[in-house]
Design a protein around this ligand. Structure first.
Ligand code: GDP
Ligand code: IMO
Ligand code: MG
Length: 428
């Protein structure tokens, strides 16, 4: 049996959706375990583009059971829309979809609260949240007044729980001139959505463990990226969940020893959407060129992504806090045509050289770069690592060396076929 975990090693949008789709060829179960529809995972199969916000990216492979585990926060409208789309395309009938009865429910007023929070940071910089209600929903969970999917089918309990959540938030909504919804309004909104997902709702802890007992090869699909982790990212400019490899243990209900391989996904450069420090950010023509060639616009909000050079301090941090065993590099094709490429190998902060993410001051570090020759060839048709231009090979070797993880996959285009697999992590 092999359990492979796939984690974003930067600030999200590393191409996790594509890599999960590739690895799902060998997985018979794909499990998502944290975050919500702040995520946007893009797959391009047979020239057709599909974006999933909640459904695991393994769904396009008919062999995979797809599980939304209990660490997720679920917007039922977004989930039912994704289920309806799968139904229209005939995929739902072939799919095996399972939703945890323990996952928390994003309520309509969580979206309002997310917007209010961003507008009113008392002079502080807004986080740049996707405003999908993720933060307020996780706050209700940690504050022990959240609603779980299984509660939707117990009307009296649901009304009591909603009252405890609304009692907490009403004053804030009122102070901003927003009317809190009535319990009846919220339950009327939730009822048809709860019915739509009822056939898929189950105890996913039992489901996953029964599968693991039967040696089912399993892929764990992370959302966001290590630098957006609430504990290990660029706090407070982070998301409201843990995104590192360990989050799979709490979000699914498996022990750390259950995970055999941890594949870190990183772009061949770096992007970030939303506010917060970004040491290697390029605010020049090269940054604009990467954004245009890499089509760096958010899959969830359409916002232009900030672009910059590859940061090996970040990838090494990710390898450490996740216990990375392999590295997958995506979007190498986007760098073709540049005269030179740069890798950040360390930072200079207050006159000192450092090689770790500092608690304070990441917004004013000066990146130390290794400058390497670029390559001009179009590499989107390359399927064998040996056929890559020498400069691209040297660049990848340097990334591998500085991160401390061997490369198992190189992606040279958005399509499923535009992939160079140098090691299958399911082959252990
Ligand atoms: P995720 O959130 O990590 O799943 O990543 P997103 O889907 O938000 O963003 C990655 C984008 O890059 C998507 O539009 C993918 O189709 C695209 N993509 C993935 N791999 C490659 C690649 O190797 N080359 C190019 N040019 N695009 C890629
Ligand atoms: P995937 O899974 C990139 C960012 C937001 C914002 C911060 C907090 O597609 O990689 P939130 O809505 O969670 O309160 O926003 O986190 N963010 C992401 N950035 N990719 C994502 O997901 C993201 N999910 C959240 O832009 O800066
Ligand atoms: Mg994304």
């Amino acid at each position: 049996m092999t359990v492979v975990s796939v984690i974003g090693a930067q600030w999200g949008d590393e191409g996790k959706g594509k890599v999960v789709d590739i690895f799902a060829e060998w997985a018979e179960m794909v499990v998502r375990y944290q975050g919500g529809n702040n995520a946007g995972h893009t797959l391009v199969v047979g020239g057709q583009k599909t974006i999933f916000h909640l459904i695991p990216s393994g769904i396009l492979r008919e062999n995979a059971r797809c599980v939304l585990a209990q660490g997720l926060v679920v917007d039922l409208k977004v989930l039912t829309d994704e289920i309806d789309k799968l139904d229209e395309s005939g995929l739902l009938a072939k799919a095996s979809l399972h939703i945890s009865d323990h996952a928390h429910v994003i309520l309509p007023y969580h979206l309002t609260l997310d917007r209010i929070r961003e507008e009113d940071r008392s002079g502080a910089v807004p986080i740049g949240s996707t405003r999908r209600g993720i933060g307020p929903c996780y706050e209700d969970k940690i504050g022990r007044r959240g609603i779980r999917i299984g509660d939707l089918y117990q009307p009296e309990r649901l009304a009591e729980l909603l009252e405890s959540s609304l009692a907490y938030w009403r004053p804030m909504l009122a102070a901003r001139g927003e009317t809190a919804p009535s319990i009846a309004d919220v339950t009327a909104y939730l009822a048809p959505l709860a019915e739509r997902i009822r056939p898929f709702v189950t105890d996913t802890v039992a489901l996953v463990h029964d599968a693991l007992d039967e040696d089912v090869p399993t892929l764990l699909e992370g959302a966001q990226g290590v630098m957006l982790d609430i504990d290990h990212g660029t706090y407070p400019f982070v998301t409201s969940s843990n995104t590192i490899a360990g989050a799979a243990c709490t979000g699914i209900g498996v022990g750390p020893t259950a995970i055999d391989e941890v594949v870190l996904i990183a772009k061949a450069y770096t992007t970030r959407v939303g506010s917060g420090p970004f040491p290697t950010e390029l605010s020049d023509a090269t940054g604009d060129c990467i954004r245009e060639v890499g089509a760096e616009f958010g899959s969830t909000t359409g916002r232009p992504r900030r672009c910059g050079w590859f940061d090996a301090v970040v990838s090494r941090h990710a390898a450490r806090v996740c216990g990375g065993t392999w590295l997958a590099i995506t979007k190498l094709d986007v760098l073709s045509g540049l005269d030179e490429v740069r890798i950040c190998t360390g930072y200079r902060l207050d006159g000192r050289e450092i090689n770790a993410i500092p608690l304070h001051g990441l917004d004013r570090v000066e990146p130390i770069y290794r400058i390497m020759p670029g390559w001009k060839e179009d590499i989107t048709g390359v399927r064998d690592a040996a056929q890559l231009p020498q400069a691209a090979k040297d660049y990848l070797n340097e990334i591998e060396r500085l991160t401390g993880c061997p490369i198992c996959l190189i992606s040279v285009g958005p399509g499923r076929e535009q992939t160079i697999l140098t090691h299958n992590p399911f082959d252990t």
